[in-house]
Design a protein around this ligand. Structure first.
Ligand code: CA
Length: 229
């Protein structure tokens, strides 16, 4: 099995060191930072599969760090540690992009179970290719979730199918006849404008309010969803 690297950013030395020991004993490669800014430097220096992050830290606090980590890497799971058991802290943590939350003092076995679940989720997603992407738009085929620039986009079942078809054919012009056949399972009828209507619904949801549109009209040919970088 490939090595799994975990970064712990926690200023309480005792907690950080015992976590490192426990995780190392369970086969993980562990790096520790006792300070937020040092943790950020280490995070940027090499790839990690998971980050465990305290909230109250010298240097940069956990929320700031979590946001910075999310901007740099959308996929890496972040588990936040906190001594506070306030609902507001959890909400702020999730808003910052954390995947899970552990209240101190915690049971190590529980933390281990959660870490393994998060790692499994990431690996499953990558291995089975259930994520489709174009620029900052992500579609998860398992959870049926769509996000653009981190914001959830609510789609109807048909809009979802249409977007999935566009994503699977990104940067390729698809005709109305292709869409009719592949998404509606019907032969294209020039008397109806159902496809244009649905493409416009989709545009309103995924492109409106963003600088760069993903869906483009190719006059006389159809539509193309362009990847943006
Ligand atoms: Ca702390």
């Amino acid at each position: 099995m490939q090595d799994i690297h975990i970064l712990i950013i926690e200023d309480e030395k005792k907690i950080a060191d015992s976590l490192k020991q426990g995780l190392s004993e369970n086969g993980f490669e562990v790096e520790v930072a006792y300070d937020g800014s040092i943790g950020w430097k280490i995070f940027k220096s090499r790839p990690f599969e998971l980050v465990i992050l305290d909230i109250n830290l010298p240097g940069m606090n956990g929320y700031e760090l979590c946001k910075a980590i999310r901007l740099a890497n959308e996929a890496v799971p972040v588990v936040m540690l906190t001594a506070m058991n306030a609902v507001e802290d959890k909400i702020e943590g999730f808003d910052a992009g954390a995947d899970d939350y552990i209240i101190k003092p915690f049971d190590f076995r529980e933390l281990l179970v959660r870490i393994r679940a998060l790692l499994k989720r990431i690996h499953t997603t990558v291995a089975t290719g259930t994520l489709l992407q174009a620029g900052d738009l992500l579609m998860n085929l398992d959870s049926k979730q769509v996000t653009r620039n981190g914001q959830t986009v609510s789609l109807t079942a048909k809009e979802f199918q249409l977007l999935e078809y566009f994503l699977r054919n990104k940067n390729r012009v698809v005709s109305r006849a292709d869409i009719a056949l592949q998404v509606w399972d019907i032969d294209f009828d020039t008397r109806t404008n159902v496809i244009d209507v649905y493409v416009n619904y989709l545009r309103k949801k995924i492109d409106k309010g963003f600088d760069e549109p993903l869906i483009h009209t190719q006059v006389g040919m159809g539509y193309v969803l362009k990847d943006i970088s």
